[in-house]
Design a protein around this ligand. Structure first.
Ligand SMILES: *Cc1c(COP(=O)(O)O)cnc(C)c1O
Ligand code: SF4
Length: 330
């Protein structure tokens, strides 16, 4: 028998109380510089599958640091602002971002599997932009009217927070637009909550007329374990293209050795390392910042020890530019 909680659901799949996490990991709030206020500003949420990969008793575990609300988030640091990418300006229509040629980015849900403390959308005004499901029909109409768009990128939040029914409906609507060729899905689910990759979702991928590119967001080699590997293998069997993007994060992956291990485990799983992003300067994330000179040095070290196809592009987003920009020319 599967144990059930009082709401009748199966055993819970998420932890939403940071104190519960501390108990589970045998850590104290003092050790972790816990801040309830930070958790209130951007709520704490982590799937059990991810929590299971955190080492107990280790306050500086690289997986734990990505999710735990700390006091440093409340410090106000010059240059760190609520909307660092000026997305509010690119939203020519709520829920639709068109910054780059040929690609339209659809925000389909505010929900994520996991709340990452460095997230550039931690202050995103999802509510007052009111751009979610209700707006999607409208945005699909706009995409339909613009022949220059060949790729739609599903983002959010995390698009896999939507039910398979919703996702299926959405993809079917997009498939009816002749000038669209590719669908890109950005998601952290396959790794942080691998049980989400169920048969219905796999059928949607396998049955689509689109060439599908899925971009996973994996920052540290330890995020990939047997459960995530099984889900990635199922994705691969649908013949989609798998890419990864990471954020360069202080104390988490800011050294060539960790990034090398990450590229190696990605390639073992048929995932091409695509981007290594500089941190977006969102308010509350300054303690994750890796300086540009350190970033360049780490990337150059990585270049010297990896085959070219295993080296992610070191890029940053600059508001108003026509693409993401390389951090240095080589
Ligand atoms: C990052 C991003 C894209 C995709 O850029 P690629 O370089 O093609 O990966 C598209 N639209 C928006 C708004 C983006 O932020
Ligand atoms: S999964 Fe992505 S969008 Fe969601 S909180 Fe993490 S970084 Fe932000």
């Amino acid at each position: 028998m599967i144990p059930r909680n009082p709401t009748g659901n199966q055993t819970k799949t998420y932890i939403t109380d940071p104190v519960e996490l501390l108990e589970r990991l045998n850590l104290t709030s003092q050790q972790m510089f816990f801040s309830a206020e930070a958790a209130q500003q951007f709520r704490f949420k982590a799937p059990i599958a991810y929590v299971d990969k955190i080492q107990a008793g280790m306050p500086d575990d690289p997986l734990l640091l990505q999710i735990f609300p700390v006091r440093q988030e409340l410090e106000s640091v010059p240059g760190y602002i609520k909307d660092p990418l000026a997305e509010a300006d690119s939203l020519f229509q709520p829920g639709l971002l068109q910054k780059y040629d040929g690609r339209a980015l659809l925000l389909v849900t505010p929900g994520c599997a996991i709340n990452c403390r460095y997230c550039f959308r931690r202050h995103y005004p999802y509510d007052d932009k009111g751009h979610m499901w209700g707006q999607i029909q409208n945005n699909i109409q706009l995409i339909k009217q613009d022949n220059s768009i060949s790729e739609v990128i599903l983002s959010g939040g995390d698009p896999l927070s939507l039910s398979d029914t919703r996702l299926g409906e959405l993809i079917a609507m997009l498939e009816s637009i002749p000038h669209l060729k590719r669908l890109r899905i950005h998601s952290r689910f396959p790794v942080v909550a691998p049980q989400r990759i169920n048969d219905d979702f796999l059928d949607i991928l396998a049955d689509s007329r689109f060439q599908i590119v899925m971009v996973l967001h994996i920052n540290h080699p330890r995020e990939i374990a047997a459960d995530s590997q099984a889900s990635i293998e199922k994705l691969r069997k649908t013949e989609i293209i798998l890419l990864n993007q990471s954020v360069l994060l202080k104390g988490i992956n800011d050294n060539a050795e960790t990034l090398k291990q990450l590229s190696e485990i990605l390639i073992e799983n048929h995932i091409i390392p695509y981007y290594l992003h500089m941190l977006d300067h969102v308010q509350g994330s300054a303690h994750f910042e890796v300086s540009e000179s350190d970033a360049v040095q780490i990337h150059q070290q990585l270049r010297a020890i990896l085959p070219g196809y295993m080296l992610p592009h070191l890029v940053r987003e600059v508001a108003g530019e026509k693409s993401k920009l390389p951090v240095y020319a080589c």
